[in-house]
Design a protein around this ligand. Structure first.
Ligand code: NAP
Length: 484
């Protein structure tokens, strides 16, 4: 498979927080890979900005080391790192001070796309926005990229939106959710809206239920302080899982255009049922597998923050009334895996008799670790001995189907950063979407805070608390296995 690469126009990209973890692990490697793919033109400038002491040469050495550590070098020609680093510069600045801003304004081209990636803590967003404006860099073809978390609740998200709107138009604001940049997530839209096969069945008449799982095997190490303030509901459910839910449930937009797609997503969030406490299970992992438990990890023996949440909700519209959506996410679970499973109803009548059992079709969209799509179909078990039925997968793992070219498929950050440069907001969250997601999330959190119960303990390496299994068992359904 050959991936078509269309170079973008020359641009200036400033990475505020250019020395931080996200820049090192994701942003700089993504830029390098796009450079190797031939998408970044020679005239482009990539500028790291932070408080650390670096000159251009020192930062280039830092970027070089970062790439060697985090970017697969096999795709690039010899010497590519040096050529890439020639495009890299560094400005020492403090988001809250005056130093460095004039120097930054001087090297930014007024007649180009100018992207400013806010890869810093959200407490600095207002300072960055205000200084970009004050130094004449907020107008024209300027775009800002804002990382999650976008607020802690509805009030703080609104405040953030209002603050950004003082200096930037909504068309300039790119709220990133890297899940939306994943190949499979976009393929989900292709499957739904480019095939006749599924759309007629995509409703409560044929779909029994939908389950979305985002399981992580790691604990909270490295993000303890942030995580203990957030928990699974704010860290995963309000954003990543909500976005997946929107894409699986939304109506077909008239066009694959930013506002057409985002309008439909917003309608899904607004139609979500309020979740009652009986339909929520919260958990906290215990020590196990030679690793400490959650309370030790965060160094707070009183913490009531959940590292796991499972819930059942529904969507109050014509398409989905009556189809439950089960969502679960957690840390220190059996495996790292993310998938959406659309479980279709059983055939209305089995001509093969009761012994043939139940055989629902399941369409599974796997986001990680091995992106791909699997359709479970029922066939006759081969051989003599009557009509015994088995379920087999029609499997399309991208790595296998696309062959050696699969590794050239851009990862989420590569695609999203290039979309910022191209000015395509389709895969970015709009302000009203984020606020609607918090409007749904806040009352859920308020309910359990009011009740004051501790999350249920669960074994490290398990599938979460037993009660999460019961959440589905009581409806006569079961979660899919959490497997690699
Ligand atoms: P980090 O490792 O703590 O890096 C923070 C960066 O901000 C550093 O480059 C730091 O550099 C810079 N910085 C701090 N204070 C500054 C100031 N006053 N003026 C200018 N620069 C300043 O954080 P991170 O993990 O990269 O995360 C960055 C953002 O991305 C956060 O909002 C985080 O929630 C979000 N995020 C991160 C990840 C991830 O995987 N890391 C994933 C999703 C979202 P100096 O100390 O040199 O100034």
């Amino acid at each position: 498979m050959v991936t078509r690469v269309i170079p973008v126009d020359p641009f200036d990209l400033v990475v505020f927080g250019g020395t931080g973890d996200l820049a090192r692990r994701k942003i700089l490697p993504a830029l390098y890979r796009r450079f190797c793919a031939g998408q970044i033109p020679d005239e482009a400038n990539i500028i790291g900005a932070a408080r650390s002491e670096f000159d251009d040469a020192g930062y280039r050495a830092f970027v070089r080391d970062t790439i060697l550590e985090f970017a697969p070098v096999t795709l690039c020609e010899d010497g590519a790192i040096d050529t890439f680093c020639d495009r890299v510069r560094y400005i020492k600045l403090d988001a809250r001070g005056d130093e460095g801003w004039e120097a930054l304004a001087r090297i930014i081209h007024a007649d180009r796309v100018r992207a400013f990636y806010f890869s810093v803590g959200p407490q600095l967003f207002a300072d960055l926005a205000e200084r970009l404006h004050r130094h004449g860099m907020a107008s024209g073809e300027t775009r800002i990229v804002v990382e999650k978390p976008f607020g802690h609740d509805l009030a703080s998200a609104r405040e953030l939106n209002t603050m950004l709107a003082r200096h930037f138009d909504e068309t300039q604001i790119y709220r990133i959710d890297h899940y939306l940049g994943k190949e499979t997530v976009q393929n989900l839209m292709a499957i739904r809206f480019a095939n006749m096969l599924f759309e007629p069945l995509w409703n409560s008449q044929y779909v029994d239920h939908i389950q979305i799982t985002v399981a992580e095997s790691m604990g909270v190490a490295g993000r303890e302080e942030f995580y203990d303030r957030a928990g699974a509901m704010r860290d995963m459910m309000q954003n990543h899982m909500m976005q997946l839910l929107c894409l699986i449930a939304m109506e077909p937009p008239a066009k694959f255009e930013p506002d057409a797609v985002r309008d439909e997503k917003l309608k899904v969030i607004r139609a979500l049922d309020t979740v009652v406490l009986d339909d929520i299970v919260r958990g906290q992992y215990e020590a196990g597998e030679d690793k400490p438990g959650y309370l030790d990890d965060v160094g707070n023996s009183e913490s009531t923050t959940e590292s796991f949440v499972a819930l059942k909700t529904g969507i109050g519209n014509w398409r989905w009334a009556g189809t439950p959506f089960y969502l679960r996410t957690g840390k220190r679970l059996r495996a790292r895996t993310s998938e959406i499973a659309v479980v279709f109803k059983d055939a209305p009548h089995s001509i093969f008799g009761a012994d043939a059992g139940r055989h629902a079709n399941i369409l599974t969209i796997v986001l990680q670790p091995n992106e791909g799509i699997e359709l479970g179909v029922t066939i006759k078990e081969p051989g003599p001995g009557g009509m015994r039925l088995i379920d087999v997968p029609l499997d399309m793992s991208f790595a296998e189907t696309l062959g050696p070219g699969a590794e050239l498929v851009p990862d989420a950050y590569e695609r999203l950063i290039m979309d910022v440069i191209r000015g395509n907001q389709t895969l970015f969250m709009r302000g009203d979407e984020v606020e609607a997601a918090w409007r749904w999330t806040d009352p859920i959190i308020a309910q359990w805070e009011e009740k004051g119960e501790r999350p249920l303990p669960y074994e490290s390496g398990s599938t979460g608390p037993e009660d999460a299994l019961a959440l589905m068992h009581r409806d006569g359904r079961r979660w899919r296995e959490i497997r690699e």
